[in-house]
Design a protein around this ligand. Structure first.
Ligand code: B1M
Length: 308
């Protein structure tokens, strides 16, 4: 005998399309011999009431899963949400700042380099990152939180940001490394979010620091090994998940146990000044700086080194 929670199939897809996909999936599961289903009868749409077009989109997704079928499905149901139509319209406007921001929100890479070339005629690379790219990613964050974007689309947006930033990066680097303060950067264990960390890297590099970026999902042992190898002046930890903030407390403790008393700078959406002062500072061997964003982090680290 088989039992199935139907709605998992549509998890993460646009709200408008979920019940349609659930109903089509339910229909096919019953045809295939499902004995019992867990459904929400208040929401369940009758298979017979679904249009041929919507059945086709759902069946394509169920039987022929690919990026293409996911995109067709999400675009169709997204068009039913008027607040998202306005975003799509924006991408037709010509000004490069609007076009770049829309490219990030829409996850399309095709015009990114030409938009950047146009923007570079009037803005510095750092201004482009701080204003347009950050605001595009903020919009992505907002839409994701409202359930209007799905994880695969957020990843596509992250790829557009990566492409834009890789293009701008060489234009900002000051090549002389001597006498630079060194910062070792990591996104902590269990956390893959690296867009914020990468921005911190770029902003520090373009402001006279040498940055050693050791990547994502870094546990305290890996961090300690890298500190011994690279001998930085300060350690930077990034993490966006609530559990990452907690893990930063473990890192502070472990560094202290190892006799490492380097200053720490910590940042990420789930952190707050209160948490840092209450939980991380008491466990740390040295100064702990909380940075709400990359620019304030830079100015706090600048003052730390100026004052010492
Ligand atoms: Co994730 N995600 N995500 N995600 N994701 C969040 C963080 C979340 C708030 C979304 C939500 O549910 N509302 C939520 C966390 C909930 C929580 O714990 N409180 C979340 C979740 C739950 C998850 C998954 C668990 C989802 C899942 O699989 N079910 C999963 C986690 C996987 C894992 O890490 N193990 C996951 C996955 C992903 C993607 C892979 C799809 C993608 C990451 C792609 C990538 O980074 N390469 C992603 C994204 C993009 C987001 C959101 C939408 C945007 C994050 C972002 O890049 N913001 C995010 C929602 C949101 O934040 N609104 C969300 C732009 C970036 C510039 O800001 O990183 O905050 P941020 O950096 C800022 C500051 O925080 C600061 O400066 C930067 C700007 O100046 N800062 C520092 C950051 N680090 C710093 C370090 C410093 C100084 C300043 O010094 C060292």
């Amino acid at each position: 005998m088989t039992i199935l929670g139907i709605s998992n199939v549509s998890f993460g897809l646009p709200k408008e399309g979920r019940e349609v996909l659930n109903a089509v999936y339910f229909y096919h599961c019953v045809q295939a011999g499902l004995d019992m289903a867990i459904v929400n009868p208040e929401n369940l749409i009758r298979y017979n009431n679904i249009s041929t077009k919507e059945i086709e989109l759902s069946e394509n997704l169920i039987f022929n899963q690919s990026m293409e079928t996911i995109t067709q499905f999400t675009e169709y149901f997204r068009n039913k949400d008027p607040s998202l139509k306005s975003i799509q319209k924006d991408s037709n406007k010509q000004s490069p700042d609007v076009s770049l921001k829309s490219a990030i929100v829409m996850g399309t890479k095709s015009n990114v380099i030409s938009d950047l070339d146009n923007l570079l005629k009037k803005l510095s690379p750092l201004e482009i990152i701080n204003s347009i790219i950050m605001s595009g990613m903020d919009e992505v964050g907002r839409l994701f939180e409202q359930g209007k974007m799905i994880v695969t689309e957020v990843l596509q947006s992250a790829e557009v940001v990566k492409k834009a930033v890789s293009y701008l990066e060489p234009l900002m680097l000051n090549q002389d490394d001597s006498n630079k303060k060194k910062i070792l950067l990591a996104t902590v264990k269990g956390d893959v979010h690296d867009i914020g960390k990468n921005l911190v890297r770029i902003i520090f590099e373009s402001n006279g620091y040498k940055v050693v970026d050791i990547g994502i999902r870094i546990d305290s042992n890996q961090l300690i090994k890298s500190i011994k190898e690279h001998n930085p002046d300060i350690v930077g930890l990034s993490g966006l998940l609530v559990k990452s903030s907690r893990y930063m407390v473990n890192i502070a403790e472990h560094l202290k146990e190892e006799g490492i008393d380097l200053p720490l700078i910590v940042g990420g959406a789930a952190l707050t000044l209160k948490f840092v002062n209450k939980e991380i500072v008491p466990k740390a061997a040295s100064t702990v700086i909380y940075a709400r964003d990359a620019m304030s982090g830079l100015s706090k680290v600048n003052s730390l080194f100026r004052d010492n």
